[in-house]
Design a protein around this ligand. Structure first.
Ligand code: DX5
Ligand code: ZN
Length: 225
């Protein structure tokens, strides 16, 4: 992804689902860089959300990249459908992929950028062998399943180590952080090495999306300049 050094990805999980298209247009107009879509299956995580038809519908509403976070068991069988629906990034959990390298290859073969992610309890070392072929590394800073949870403090150290892993392996992966990211802790998360901040409740529960996104950018500016 090109653009500012730190990109802001509103998670639509906290949007008003009855007005989803309008909510996505509003965050785009408010300056968002990426739209983060959380796909949950009620099995890998204890919640149910959306599937390919919603991705396809949102593809028609926005020009922004669609970053699809798959919290589902057996993600391989859905890769063609999500690719066809217009996903730009497909991110899978290592906990759901016994053949992670094959899954990454399959995502790429469908013309989509490949992301991998880890639950808070899963060590970074599970990615050692694949990081060099990954386009996006997502560090979960909450246990996935719900918006509005608190950032797990030990995630900061994991972000630092993820940044080191990317550098050491000369991977081109962008580093994304998801869960409990607020304007108040954005500086720490960026200092640790995040390149994309996912923010659900911080943006959609605010009264002025543009002001909140500007506040995130201002935190990034303070850290990086
Ligand atoms: C959690 C999801 C997140 C969630 C983040 O399982 O992956 O993307 O929407 O929400 P906040 O920013 O409210 O923690
Ligand atoms: Zn997510």
């Amino acid at each position: 992804m090109t653009g500012p050094p730190v990109q802001i990805a509103p998670s639509i999980l906290s949007a008003d689902f009855g007005r989803l298209a309008e909510e996505v247009s509003r965050v785009e107009a408010a300056g968002a860089d990426i739209i983060h879509i959380d796909v949950m299956d009620g099995h890998f995580v204890p919640n149910l959300t959306v599937g390919p038809p919603i991705v396809e519908a949102l593809r028609k509403v926005t020009a922004l990249p669609l970053d699809v976070h798959l919290m589902i068991t057996h993600p391989d069988s859905f890769i063609p459908e999500f690719a066809q629906a217009g996903a730009n990034y497909l991110t899978v959990h290592v906990e759901t992929c016994p053949h992670l390298h094959r899954t990454i290859q399959s995502i790429k073969e469908h013309g989509v950028k490949a992301g991998v992610t880890l639950n808070p309890s899963t060590p970074l070392s599970t990615l050692e062998e694949v990081i060099s072929v990954v386009d996006l590394l997502l560090i979960m800073s909450v246990n996935p399943g719900f918006g509005g949870q608190s950032f797990i403090p030990s995630s900061l150290d994991k972000i630092v180590r993820a940044r080191q892993l990317i550098a050491r392996t000369k991977s081109h992966a962008v580093l994304e952080v998801d869960g409990g990211v607020k304007v108040e802790n954005a500086a720490e998360v960026i200092k640790a090495g995040a390149g994309i901040l996912v923010a659900g409740s911080a943006i959609f529960d605010s009264s002025d999306y543009a002001a909140t996104i500007r506040a995130f950018r201002s935190e990034a500016h303070k850290v990086l300049h």
